[in-house]
Design a binder for this molecule. Structure first.
Ligand code: SAM
Ligand code: DTB
Ligand code: SF4
Length: 332
């Protein structure tokens, strides 16, 4: 694999968004001829990033299953019967071991996910230890633990957490079709706390949940109008897990997924746009189109949280085939 590393990304936390997006304008981007859309996305991407570099994040579920929320897409919700057991939180030592292994495989960021509505004080004690230990390895740290209050946000900042992942998931108008146990404003409030505490934001959503094109544009507009917009934007293609209410949703046309990546790239030019869940169901050709559309980050490692992801060998082969290389971390 090519080991070249080129730094084009702007320093974290120094973005002020000057361009504001309304939903019709974002929708108009979605409706561009495919080649025009990809051309614009490429121009934007190349103005800010090395187009052949991809950031690699490895996920670990530090607390799996039994979640009290009713998110319709999620196999970890206690409301659904997707066969995911309610497990105890992992030990700090197990998390560090997994992070070391991910780092050796070339991941630059390690993201710890928990199936919580929000963490308890006791949960926070362990998470703080995990964040500190992973950071000591020299990896970027990310956590996704649900809603946070001011004190918890400050604890994570003090531990040195680099990114907090909290997705808007979908447009405000579609949100109530998917989740009833917490509202959109709760998510915005958590993101505001994370921003105020000085951590970087990782926030995106899921497409392919039966939303309309206008609602898909609505999600992107919400993200792009955050001031500043998120440093990382995960775009997930719904993984349709048996036993969840969304299991029978019609599959999204892969080209519409590519369009979503391109629109995220154009509207959030300096963000890392992550081609996230759903890659295992995607051909190499569709993934290559996503990179062409401006995706420059992936989840790297055999497992997302409870569902599969392409294996590391397949991903290295794909990146090699495309002449791409990790933008952080040391490839072998
Ligand atoms: N429990 C925390 C929360 O919801 O904020 C953190 C973990 S939660 C699993 C993180 C994100 O994973 C969700 O916001 C959602 O965007 C994504 N996700 C969950 N299930 C998914 C699925 N079946 N397909 C695609 N993305 C999914
Ligand atoms: C994000 O946007 N996607 C990741 C991560 N953030 C936490 C999670 C995807 C989960 C897919 C379903 C599962 O594996 O349980
Ligand atoms: Fe719980 Fe998060 Fe899954 Fe919602 S997405 S059910 S909050 S783990």
């Amino acid at each position: 694999m090519n080991t070249q590393t080129i730094e084009f990304a702007r320093p974290i936390n120094q973005v002020t968004t000057t361009q504001r997006w309304n939903v019709p304008d974002v929708e108009a981007l979605f409706k561009l001829p495919f080649a025009d859309l990809l051309y614009r996305a490429q121009q934007t991407h190349r103005a800010h990033f090395d187009p052949n570099a991809v950031q690699l994040s490895t996920l670990l579920s530090i607390k799996t299953g039994g979640c009290t929320e009713d998110c319709g897409y999620c196999p970890q919700s206690a409301f659904h019967s997707a066969g995911v057991e309610n497990r105890e939180m992992l030990a700090v030592s197990a998390v560090v071991k997994a992070a070391c292994a991910a780092q050796q495989k070339g991941a630059g960021r390690f993201c710890m996910g928990a199936a919580w509505r929000e963490p308890t004080d006791e949960d926070m004690e362990s998470v703080v230890k995990m964040v500190k230990a992973v950071r000591e390895l020299g990896m970027e740290t990310c956590a996704t633990l649900g809603m946070l209050n001011d004190e918890q946000t400050e604890q994570l900042r003090a531990a040195g957490l680099d990114y907090y992942n909290h997705n808007l998931d979908t447009a405000p108008e579609f949100y109530g079709n998917i989740i009833s146990t917490r509202d959109y404003q709760d998510r915005l409030d958590t993101l505001e706390r994370v921003r105020k505490a000085g951590m970087s934001i990782c926030s995106g959503g899921i497409v392919g949940m039966g939303e309309s094109l206008t609602q898909r544009a609505g999600l992107i507009a919400q993200l792009a109008n955050m001031n500043p917009y998120p440093e990382s934007v995960p775009i997930n293609n719904l993984v349709r897990v048996e036993g969840t209410p969304l299991a029978q949703t019609a599959e999204l046309d892969p080209l519409d997924f590519v369009r979503t990546i391109a629109v995220a790239r154009i509207t959030m030019p300096t963000a890392h746009v992550r081609l996230s869940a759903g890659r295992q169901q995607m051909s190499d050709a569709v993934q290559a189109l996503c990179f062409l559309a401006g995706a420059n980050s992936i989840f790297y490692g055999e497992q997302l949280l409870t569902t599969g992801n392409p294996d590391v060998g397949a991903d290295r082969a794909l990146l090699d085939k495309l002449g791409m290389y990790p933008s952080t971390g040391k490839p072998e």
